[in-house]
Design a protein around this ligand. Structure first.
Ligand SMILES: Cc1cc2nc3c(=O)[nH]c(=O)nc-3n(C[C@H](O)[C@H](O)[C@H](O)COP(=O)(O)OP(=O)(O)OC[C@H]3O[C@@H](n4cnc5c(N)ncnc54)[C@H](O)[C@@H]3O)c2cc1C
Length: 507
């Protein structure tokens, strides 16, 4: 059965917003928002730039090229003005090694690597220096139960490769996210409770390190290469080198029930509905392979006349639509969703298109926490009032829940660099705005978000998701990496002693 009803879900990209970084409110030079100053680099000569262009098989763009700003465009438009002096559009690992070597030869000219530019904090952008961009590295191949993709692969290319073979991996909802950043920071998606994180499926990777060496990383690798394989599974992008390919184990894509349920602003007691939904989802039998994302949408202080929180729940499970109804019965007993779309026995990849998030560029800040067993309900009830105090922007704000646990928790915290293994949820305070919001308004909203987040953290494991990288987090080292931090720091010292790979939250 497929019943489509109007969608009221709060998507981060509810509106397509303007792209000018210079617009009101967009630059956000407020004190808490300024990125650490980056050292002024000595410019390579024109001859040196020509030399780089001669050596590289891909093109090199300079600051006066119109294409430079188009190619270096971040998903988070707050960082659209952080443009490099040039971009090396690499076609191969050898090009990447050449570009790194060129920076080192030119007085350690700063570099930054970009795959698809979706870093929440714009950490694949920098003012000045060379951007090593992997946009052109999109080769892919299928092996025996594996798929290998080059470092510039987008999620959508990867899905296009897997769909005809009816194979899957753990993947996200946004087609334009880069496989590189997604995998290196862990990679969460609706399949993780059944099959583990995307980084758990990483069978091998190729990386170019600061010394220009092209290394093959896999479970058999020893010494630094073995450590870099471990670090490539959750250690975060941009820290150890430039990963130029990834090989992932695949699994058969199975038919599923997919759903989107919405409790609109007409819902009388959304806090109680949410308080019943959380344990209902936590108690789902693991064989259902449930994967969900819930969003509690903050009402706009002026435009939402009911001033009530909305709830949007999307996800997938192995059971039938009836199984889903049974599972959510305790929440339905409080109030049923006013809008629902449920598709039973849906072919896997067709179903994913319904769950997709467009991920259009916009202005945003997200602040995440990992939450351990049986804490999410308490956290939600204790912090719910913040949603009702949202100052309001032209886009939206919400409290998002990504259900973790299941197979993801079967791996020991130290077995890969991804440490957050004893958790049940990622809870995330999301704030979105547009170029039309004034700086004053954005500042007020950021203060609201910080207060909400501080309150929420009381219920967390202390962890935050390194792929929802958060420039406001002060204790990010411990929050992203926990007990794995020491080993990661040791690997960093050996792989990149001169910190060629650097950004404000680099290990
Ligand atoms: C709309 C949207 C939806 C998202 N959905 C999900 C989701 O469902 N699940 C999830 O887990 N995450 C999700 N994310 C978060 C996403 O995984 C991270 O933002 C990720 O880092 C983006 O990777 P990228 O390659 O696109 O970004 P980039 O900005 O290009 O890179 C991110 C970081 O990795 C570094 N890097 C890039 N390429 C390489 C490379 N080849 N080798 C080494 N370092 C590299 C960059 O320098 C930067 O520090 C989403 C993000 C957005 C904006």
């Amino acid at each position: 059965m497929l019943a489509t009803l109007p969608r009221a879900s709060l998507s981060r990209r509810r509106f397509l917003v303007g792209s000018s970084a210079l617009a009101v409110g967009a630059g956000l030079a407020g004190p808490s928002l300024v990125r650490p100053a980056l050292a002024q680099a000595r410019q390579p000569s024109d001859a040196a730039w020509r030399h780089l262009a001669d050596k590289l098989s891909g093109p090199v763009l300079r600051a006066d090229s119109f294409d430079l700003a188009q190619i270096a465009r971040p998903n988070n438009l707050r960082y659209v003005g952080n443009l490099p002096d040039g971009i090396a559009l690499c076609r191969s690992a050898e090009d990447v090694a050449t570009a790194i070597g060129w920076c080192r030869e030119n007085n350690n000219f700063p570099l930054i690597v970009q795959s698809a530019g979706h870093s929440y904090a714009g950490y694949s952008m920098r003012k000045g220096g060379l951007m090593i961009n992997l946009l052109l590295m999109r080769a892919s191949s299928l092996g025996d139960g594996t798929v290998t993709v080059a470092g510039g692969m987008r999620n959508q290319d990867l899905y296009g490769l897997l769909e005809p073979k009816n194979l899957a991996i753990t993947h996200g909802r946004c087609p334009t996210v880069g496989a590189a950043g997604f995998l290196l920071g862990g990679g969460i998606g609706f399949n993780m409770r059944a099959h583990g994180l995307a980084c758990d499926q990483l069978a091998a990777s190729e990386i170019v390190t600061a010394d220009g060496k092209v290394r093959t990383l896999n479970p058999q690798a020893t010494d630094l290469d073995g450590d870099l394989y471990w670090a490539s599974r959750g250690g975060g992008g941009g820290n150890f080198g430039i990963n130029t390919s990834f090989t992932l184990k695949t699994f058969p894509a199975e038919a599923l029930t997919v759903f989107e349920l919405t409790w609109t602003a007409a819902t009388r007691d959304p806090a109680r509905v949410a308080a019943e939904l959380i344990p209902a989802l936590e108690e789902a039998p693991i064989e259902l392979a449930l994967g969900t994302r819930m969003s509690l949408g903050a009402p706009h202080p002026v435009h939402d006349k009911h001033r009530r929180v909305t709830i949007n729940l999307i996800g997938q499970l192995r059971g039938s639509p009836k199984r889903l109804d049974d599972l959510l019965a305790r929440a339905y007993a409080v109030e049923k969703p006013q809008q629902h779309m449920i598709w039973g026995d849906a072919p896997y990849w067709a179903a994913q298109k319904l769950l997709e998030e467009a991920g259009l560029p916009g202005y945003f800040q997200e602040r995440s926490v990992f939450v351990g067993p049986k804490r999410a309900k308490e956290a939600t009830l204790a912090t719910f009032h913040h949603l009702l105090q949202w100052p309001g922007t032209s886009v939206g704000a919400d409290l998002r829940f990504f259900q973790t646990g299941g197979a993801m928790n079967e791996t020991e915290p130290k077995a890969t660099a991804f440490v957050h293994r004893k958790t049940e949820w990622i809870m995330d305070v999301g704030l979105n705005w547009s170029a039309t919001d004034s700086r004053l308004s954005v500042d007020a909203n950021r203060i609201w978000q910080d207060r909400f987040y501080a309150d929420l953290r009381r219920f967390s494991t202390g962890g935050a998701y390194q792929n929802f990288i958060d420039p406001s987090l002060t204790d990010w080292r411990a929050a992203y990496y926990g007990e794995n931090l020491k080993r990661l720091e040791d690997i960093k010292k050996r792989a990149d002693p001169e910190r060629v790979f650097n950004f404000p939250q680099a290990i």
